[in-house]
Design a protein around this ligand. Structure first.
Ligand code: 13P
Ligand code: ZN
Length: 211
């Protein structure tokens, strides 16, 4: 996407997340690829509700900061997804969304498949979400942890911190993130109840026809 349009889209998506309580205070960050291989990134300590398109951090295709405010302190996290997922990664979104964080606090999570398989869309849009250990905001070690996954996951959950999703473009990445949060919410609401989860066969069919 071109510069002007992408700036507008990042700010529009960020405000939509903020308005619905998915990105409170100054939490979260977004990055997205420009047509020329550069990156637009939300500035550090900015609120998703009040982003200025003209002040987004702008990196050229060689990773040099060439404009805008100081970028998010989670650049290592974002860069690790771009480096390991290649052309599949056109945008990365990180949030501190409430239900995803809440679900990560329980001891009995499946670390290789964080979300219980209750409904189709999270499976279709995210695949298996890897649960990673806690990393403090700004810790470059989380970038290394993503690199260690070798690009196998489009979504990870940082325990006690927040989810990170990479996707083809800004819109589909935000939508996938919303699936993660909705699935975590459903998992919490049904926790301890005797629910009918999707069967392995149903999951297999969903993942073989991902759209
Ligand atoms: O989510 C955040 C830290 O993990 C927000 O950090 P930034 O304000 O630097 O983007
Ligand atoms: Zn964070």
């Amino acid at each position: 996407m071109g510069d002007t349009k992408l700036r507008e889209q990042i700010c529009l998506m960020a405000k939509s997340l903020y308005d619905r309580g998915l990105a409170h205070g100054s939490t979260g960050n977004i990055s997205a690829r420009l047509d020329d291989g550069g990156l637009l990134v939300t500035p550090t300590n900015s609120s998703f509700g009040f982003l200025d398109p003209a002040r987004l951090s702008h990196f050229d295709k060689n990773g040099q900061l060439i404009g805008g405010d100081k970028p998010t302190k989670e650049m290592s996290l974002h860069q690790a997804f771009y480096d390991t997922r290649g052309a599949k990664a056109g945008a990365v979104v990180h949030l501190h969304s409430h239900h995803s964080v809440a679900l990560s606090l329980f001891e009995d999570n499946d670390r290789d498949d964080f979300l219980p398989p209750l409904t189709p869309y999270p499976i279709m849009k995210l695949g298996k979400v890897k649960l990673l250990p806690f990393f403090a905001p700004g810790d470059a070690a989380m970038g290394e942890a993503i690199r260690d996954l070798g690009g196998a996951h489009s979504a990870v959950m940082l325990a006690n911190h927040g989810p990170v999703v990479a996707g083809n473009d800004i819109a589909s990445t935000v939508y996938a993130m919303e699936e993660l949060e909705a699935a975590a919410r459903l998992a919490i609401q049904t926790r301890g109840e005797s629910v009918r989860a999707l069967t392995n066969e149903q999951i297999r069919r969903l993942t073989s026809t991902v759209a």
